[in-house]
Structures are given as C-alpha cells and as structure tokens.
Design a protein around this ligand. Structure first.
Ligand SMILES: [Mn+2]
Length: 411
C-alpha cells in the first residue's frame, strides 16, 4: 500500500521581474509591485511549512531572466534553507527564462535542494525515513530554446518505487500565448505511467487532465493585465487511489482588466462616475489591485477631453483617493477605444476615409517597426511582439490618425 505524500507544485515564479511597463507608479506602490514576486515565494514557504508537505516542485522560470539576478538567487537560497529546516525537499528545473548557460554563477544551495543540471531527462529519488517514496523526473533548459519534444524522453524507472512524478516546462498542443518550447500533446503524457505531470511555462492556471493530474499551476504573481486574477500554486495530496489538488493563492497584488462602455459618456463628471462605478465593487478585496481600464465606444467629445489631458488628470485625482489605503487600488492605465464607425462624425461619405480604412486592413505592423528591431542598441532590449500587441499598436495608430484628420477638418 502506498503511503500518502504531499507536495507543493509551483512554476513560473519569475522572481525579480522588473515590471517594465509600470515605471510611473508612486514610490510606495512601486515597491510593493517590485517585491511581489519575492513575496509570493515567501508565501509559498509559509504554506509548505504550515501544510507540512514532503517536498516542493519548482518547474522552470524560477528567475525572470537568464542572469538570475543575485538578489533573486539569494532569496531562493534562503527560502530553500528555511524549507530544509522543516525537512522539506525542493526539486528545481530551469526553463526558457532561467536557462542554465545564461547564468554567470549559481549559488550553492542547501542539501535539501535538488537541481536538474542538464537537458537530459533524469530523476532524483525522494527518500523519507530511509525509504524511497518517489522518483522525481525532470530536465533543465541549457539554452533559451528547447524545440525537441521532451515528453517522449520521460521513462519510468524503478517499479518498486511507489510514486513517479514528472516535471516538464513546456508547451501543450497549440498554445499560442507562449513560445512553443518543448512541445507535447496531452495524449503523449497519458501514454506514460506517471502519477502526476507537474507542468510549467503556461502562465494561466490549467488542469489539463484529472487522473492522472496534468497541471499548469500558472505563475505565482501576475505581472501585467493579461495575467489577471488570483495566482499561486497547487497543494497536492496523493494516496494509492487518488490525488487531491487544492489551489493556494500566493499573489500579493492583483491585476484587473476592466472594460467600461462609454457610448453615452460625454463630460468629465460622467467619466468620473463611470470609473467609480467600475472600481467600487472591488472595495472589499483583501489584495491591492492595479487596474487597466479600457473605455469602449468613446465618442468624439471624450477623445477630445483625452487629447487635452483631462482624462489623465481625472485618473490622477481618482488615484489620489485610493492609493494611500493599506490595501491600495491604482489605475495605472486608462485607454479610450474609439469605434469610429458608430460616430456620425466618421460616417462621412468620403473616398479618402474609405480608402484609409481599406489600408488598415492590409497594413502589417512588422515591416513598419523593423528598423527599430534592427537597431543595434534597441534590439537587445526588445522581445518579439505578440499578435495582440501588434494589433494594439495598429489600433492606437489608427485612432490617432483618424482623430487628427477629423479634428483638422473640423467635421
Ligand atoms: Mn514563464
């Protein structure tokens, strides 16, 4: 009969993430934001100790960038030591953001830490009271990209060992939000006799399969508006017949992406009211929130207020009433989205505007921003844009141009 085991499964901690788009935040909020990825790990350690788990699995992208910032490494080392003091082992594999060859150094971790040191799939035994209870399988990215299907390289070893747990940082099926590294299909994992597939890489929490569990825990702290809602890890208990999974939140800040319909909003008063109305429901939240607000169907009057800087000023005023609370709230971005087709001013019979519309349909952002991506200094700081980002650039340019044209013509 198999003894019960319990563990924490986390991935994509991205510790010391720089939160690049949030440099304009007030200092105290900025400090909370910058420390949030560290705080998530602290919360994980507290949870592991409180639950008295056997071990912790960290499945890739523990660090945010290949340099593995020293501050982040020291923090992880200290966290692991603390777990060691409570007899909790830690198994670590590195992913595409913290691949082995990118790091100029690796600190020495306490003996309870087991790090997969190559791209070859191997295993560590988990030993408790002189008995091997589990084999933990995995590999680390040596370079930024692993394009091979690593799932096929996982092979169970040791039939007498009660549990076999696989750690895999990679991309399932047709995942489009993340780089298609170490791609695999769910069916391939199901063909292998593992008791639990501890996945990493995809940042949204997903249970792909129940029995055996195939699980993306998501990242431990959201870092932008597309990583919204609760973030954390899974606390897993397994016995001979079943696995029980409990999601444990670890985030200390939440990102919220809110859409407001402003079709009938024309004055500053009305905008203020619309913002309050959208944010008030979050008054009882126990976590600070960073809001990204998109005003849908903004009409000409509103766009004009925005161009004159009044919307930004209004947001500052709103923020000043929320930002000093212990559980603060902060609007870090407000965006006007203009459905010009619904605005009479843009419905002019005009070949020029029609032609312009036609052009937008066919314009590719890539060729226009190519010089920037080829620039010797700029390119080292740039990452490939996602389709959503390209679409946002196109949309913003389109709104800017249409506004300028209409404004000039005084339609
Ligand atoms: Mn990641």
């Amino acid at each position: 009969m198999r003894k019960e085991i319990s563990f924490i499964h986390a991935a994509d901690l991205h510790i010391d993430s720089p939160f690049k788009g949030l440099t304009h935040l007030p200092e105290t909020i900025k400090q909370d934001v910058l420390s949030s990825t560290f705080t998530a790990l602290d919360q994980l350690v507290r949870t592991a100790i409180a639950k008295k788990v056997d071990f912790v699995l960290l499945v890739g992208d523990i660090f945010d960038h290949n340099l593995h910032s020293l501050k982040a490494q020291v923090h992880v080392r200290t966290a692991c030591e603390k777990l060691g003091e409570h007899d909790i082992d830690v198994f670590i594999s590195f992913g595409n953001h913290d691949y082995l060859k990118g790091s100029p150094f690796q600190l020495t971790f306490s003996p309870n830490v087991h790090i997969f040191q190559s791209e070859e799939v191997t295993y560590f035994p988990y030993v408790k009271n002189n008995e091997t209870i589990a084999h933990i399988y995995g590999f680390s990215y040596e370079n930024q990209a692993v394009t091979a299907n690593k799932a096929v390289e996982f092979n169970k070893q040791g039939d007498n060992v009660p549990y076999h747990i696989a750690m895999l940082h990679g991309s399932v099926d047709q995942q489009t939000d993340h780089e298609p590294y170490a791609p695999f299909k769910t069916a391939e994992l199901l063909q292998k006799p593992f008791d639990y597939w501890a996945l990493g890489h995809v940042h949204s929490r997903t249970i792909i399969h129940e029995n055996p569990p195939i699980v993306y825990p998501g990242n431990t702290q959201g870092r932008h508006r597309r990583e919204s809602g609760e973030k954390g890890c899974y606390y897993v208990k397994m016995n001979q017949s079943a696995a029980n999974l409990e999601f444990i939140p670890l985030h200390s800040i939440e990102f919220k992406d809110i859409d407001i319909d402003v079709t009938h909003v024309e004055t500053i008063d009305e905008v203020e009211h619309a913002i309050q109305h959208a944010i008030n429901p979050y008054d009882t939240m126990q976590t600070p929130i960073l809001f990204h607000i998109t005003c849908k169907n903004a009409q000409y009057a509103l766009i004009e207020l925005e161009k004159k800087g009044y919307i930004e000023e209004l947001v500052d005023v709103c923020n000043s009433s929320y930002e000093h609370a212990h559980i603060w709230k902060y609007i870090y971005k407000i965006r006007m989205e203009h459905e010009h087709g619904q605005d009479q001013r843009f419905q002019v019979e005009d070949h020029f505007l029609t032609e312009l519309e036609h052009m937008w349909e066919h314009t590719q952002v890539e060729s226009l921003i190519e010089p920037l991506f080829n620039h010797v200094q700029a390119r080292t700081f740039l990452q490939q844009l996602s389709n959503a980002e390209k679409e946002a650039i196109k949309q913003a340019a389109r709104e800017e141009l249409l506004y300028a044209l209409v404004h000039k013509r005084g339609i």
